[in-house]
Design a protein around this ligand. Structure first.
Ligand SMILES: [Zn+2]
Length: 196
């Protein structure tokens, strides 16, 4: 179910992913050439969805809300590039050292597609990642398997272990630059907070 929309501006706001249908939703796909089909867009999106975040090895970067847009550009006569897929991504945390690894994995996955000759990734600076971009299943998996919680818009934290709202920030020095550590006085567990 690809919705093809006419190209608008590059600053169009983020693509919201449908949290109910997991990682197979392509969001908005903008085909610049009449010779491309939504099938190719879907294949590219699915290839991107096969890439997991190095921080959370079984959580797709699409479920984490990193995918902003996919564009498939037809082969331009005289070009050496062939069919090019442009993949726009947004980082969860701009200083995250895993970004280059994620981008490499995306290129590898997309270029493995028969229909794609080349993949170019862009980290978008005009799109802001927030926790609303994550699917419900990814949020639950982070809480269950990694004891990682997300900061709500009002700044509060919910304990992924016991559900308490009393979680207090403890240290900005987390186990990685993408996470910080908080403490839940109710269940006396450390809670990792994903940085947005
Ligand atoms: Zn707790």
């Amino acid at each position: 179910m690809t919705i093809t929309t006419p190209p608008t501006s590059e600053t169009a706001t983020s693509t919201r992913l449908d949290s109910r249908s997991g990682s197979t939703v392509p969001g908005s796909s903008i085909a610049r050439s009449s010779s491309t089909t939504s099938d190719i867009d879907d294949a590219v999106t699915n290839a991107v969805a096969s890439v997991n975040d190095p921080e959370y090895p079984d959580v797709s970067i699409v479920d984490l809300g990193l995918l902003v847009d996919v564009r498939v550009l037809a082969d331009i006569p005289g070009s050496l590039h062939g069919v090019t897929a442009e993949v726009d991504l947004v980082p969860t945390f701009t200083g995250c050292p895993a970004l280059s690894m994620i981008a490499e994995d995306v290129v590898t996955a997309v270029e493995s597609l028969e229909a794609i000759d080349r993949c170019v990734t862009t980290w978008r600076r005009d799109v802001v990642w927030d926790t609303d971009r994550m699917t419900q299943s990814a949020t639950e998996r982070l809480a269950r398997e990694y004891t990682v919680t997300l900061r709500r818009k009002d700044g509060t934290l919910r304990c992924p272990s016991c559900g308490s709202d009393e979680v207090a920030d403890q240290s900005m020095a987390g186990p990685s630059r993408c996470r910080s550590v908080a403490w839940c006085p109710s269940c006396r567990n450390a809670v990792e907070v994903m940085r947005g």
